[in-house]
Design a protein. Sequence first.
Lengths: 344, 278
Amino acid sequence: MSAFFIEGRDFELFVDAVIGARRVVGPVAKRTKFVYAELESAEELRLDFDVTILPPKKVFFPPSQDLVRFSDGVVGGCIDPVETVLLGVHFYDVKGIDMTDFLFRERNEDWNYLAQREATTIVASSIQSISPRAFWSSVGAEVEPQGHDAFLTKVNGGYLFETRTPKGEALLGYGSFREATDAEVGAAALANAAAMKQCPERLDYPSEAIAEKVRDSFGDVAMWDELAKDCFSCGSCNTVCPTCYCFDVRDAWNLDQASGTRTRYWDACLTREFATVTMAGGGTENFREHHSARFRHRFMRKAAYLNEKLGGPACTGCGRCSQACTADIADPVRVITHIMEVSS
Amino acid sequence: MSCEHHGHDNLFLPREARILHTHRPTASEKHFTLQLADGAPLEFAPGQILEVGVMGYGEIPIGLASSPTRTGTFDIVVRTVGRVSTAINEKEVGDSLWIRGPLGHGFDLDSLKGHDVLIVAGGIGLCPTRSLIQYIEDRRDEFGRFLLFYGARDPLQLLFTEDRLHWRASGDVEYFETVDRADASWTGNVGVITTLFKKVQLLPETRVVICGPPIMFEFVIKELDRLGIVRENIFVDLERRMKCGVGKCGHCQINDKYCCIDGPVFTFSEIQELEEAI
């Protein structure tokens, strides 16, 4: 919508003012890495982060979330959104949020996610440091990030603040913003373009060609066995993924043994039990028994199955799975490049 | 207790259903007749499922086992298998179950109407197809010939004794049953369910519904191929671990389909290309 500028020294005051008014979640340091956490003061905010351990989807889709509470025969929901500003989201994570927004809304609207999502203002931010396994400049490049309310770019000793929605504009009142000059807007565009050029890994094939070839490789069992042979089925690739949204639902009793909760927890399709059904007589049927079938399923989901719905792959190029994988076999750049080059 | 300040529906909020009647057809199965606690009718189509639960234990997907033509109450049959089904099967008349649904995509009645219909049900697969059986019985003139094949492992596993007596005597359905292994009391057909095919003549336009253990599908499809029945006219009712029932949680995925919202009833032509289906 419009572009504004705020001096570096005023930026901290702005962030503190927003913290005074709303819950603010942003990237903070955790030992040598970064995580999204609720900010107590602007000092904690680290907009120079490269990538966070977990993606920001946890603000709307937390690792555990109560869906239903019960007590003595009374059952009720627990949708209870809190007005939140999510400050400092790289564009690739905005794309991930766009995908989970779509997936939790399509066919059956899940307000356990959507209510908190609607109560959140997202301020995207420019990439100042780059994660070593990132490939966001090339994967799904045809898909533009949508769901942010403002975009912050570090430039000329301050920040360019581009508002995208009325929710983003509403933040202007908390800081000493002035209208940006054309030179500042131009410098921000250059800074963002320069970051794109520094992305360390590349996936040099169009999304449609990848989708087709990955889908066609389904029956190449020997190749998938080889790609997955070191998989521990730990699910770390799922856990850190901004577009993974599978979950388990479990009931738990409170200590009073009269009340309790039905809660959803992040789940991971790489884990052995994920597609298992208990059969009569105590036996089980696992519809993806072998770890290579589960490894393949993840790549089908990320590169092929959801493309039509999402307009591109269900991958943002954040590189989190590449970094999180204990055996270092999850890197989509390596796996997909292998399929493109080797698979017939 | 409730913290719902939000005006929108919660997909996970179950409704209370009272148990009006129970029956134990076998040692492991329990047949419930239910009614919503608020007295509202449950509107559904044959083949749709419910998530059925006991608060504090969890929910499981269960196919509705009665026809929507029989209004006021609805039936489910639950086999004691795991933690949740055990908790459900401990409930008695007067107790409540908590349900969500109907969910999913049932049988395509428009495609069945006006045609001969064969239902092939193996084991507990008879329960979700019972909804369709009753529907056809209640609207008998909307369908052509109606045949039902039912197979169980042994005579002790046979479900719906009263229904079976009725089907045997009924002029509305050509009913055939078999057991894989007989006992001393059994005088009927012995052998896998495909042995029933040689007892009847079927037209290639017959619509066929299959529900049973995965191993059964393969052999039944072979028989249907032999009879020239095209795969668009074969309907299969699949079972997966449908945890949320609303197409989100991912547990019931078959390649790019969600069993819970794209199924659980599929045409065989839809799923024959899906490597993970059967």
